[in-house]
Design a protein around this ligand. Structure first.
Ligand code: MN
Length: 243
């Protein structure tokens, strides 16, 4: 091979690699977006770990494209706002009303999107058992037991008009409540905490369930990781649950 030809094949190889990388990223993430301060957390399990409720392709697109885009757009919104960029995300979201008008909506949508999805990956990967211990006691006390929780949570999720989330919130005393929010809003924006929550945007379920959101909500309990939720409950009562 001549030097020119080998250069060309190196170049083609590099282009092919670049092309493969570009396929894994959303098109709007390519314009030299800042790489921080926030980063996409890795999925804590294989994409097919939630197959009982969510197919692997949905998990890959949801994490690798949707969540990745929220992170990219959050970092872009913070690019010229160094003081805001230093805040922990839960503080930033609790003080959205203090953010400049020019970036408030971007911070709300993408900061909320980043924290909601970071929570969401954490509370799945389970095998559909039932809550135990202090968490079970709190569910019995505040939400009328596990069966009623599921019925009321699924109902609240089904009633979200358009895109949004359904949560169980937790306060420092350990008190639980069911709450829904539109778009990427989160209880963090009220200074509260989500113990766990389900994403009812169509992108979360459309490949397998199409318009049947209630079927998705009903199946989702098969993959909730109750050990992880119990850890979050304990952290919330200690004041160490961040997002
Ligand atoms: Mn989502």
């Amino acid at each position: 091979m001549t030097i020119a030809a080998s250069r060309r094949s190196l170049l083609l190889g590099a282009m092919a690699l670049g092309g493969a990388a570009a396929l894994r990223r959303p098109a709007y993430a390519q314009a030299a977006a800042p790489s921080g301060p926030f980063t996409l957390p890795p999925l804590p399990y294989a994409p097919n770990a939630n197959e009982a409720a969510i197919d692997a392709q949905t998990m890959e697109i949801h994490h690798g494209r949707h969540h990745a885009a929220y992170v990219t757009n959050l970092n872009t919104a913070l690019k010229d706002h160094g003081e805001l960029a230093k805040l922990p995300i839960e503080e930033l979201l609790a003080k959205l009303n203090e953010a400049p008008d020019s970036v408030r909506t971007a911070l709300r949508n993408n900061g909320g999107g980043h924290t909601n999805h970071s929570m969401f990956w954490q509370v799945m990967g389970g095998t559909g058992e039932e809550p135990k211990g202090d968490l079970k006691a709190a569910i019995d006390r505040d939400l009328g037991g596990f069966e009623k929780l599921k019925t009321d949570f699924n109902g609240a999720g089904a009633r979200v008009f358009g895109s949004g989330w359904v949560f169980v919130t937790v306060d420092r005393s350990g008190k639980l409540a069911i709450a829904s929010r539109p778009n990427q809003d989160t209880p963090l924006m009220d200074g509260g905490r989500a113990l766990f929550g389900n994403d009812v945007w169509e992108h979360a379920y459309y490949l397998r369930y199409q318009n049947r959101r209630p079927d998705y909500l009903a199946a989702w309990w098969k993959v909730v990781n109750w050990e992880k939720v119990a850890e979050r409950y304990e952290a919330a009562t200690k004041g160490t649950l961040k997002v």
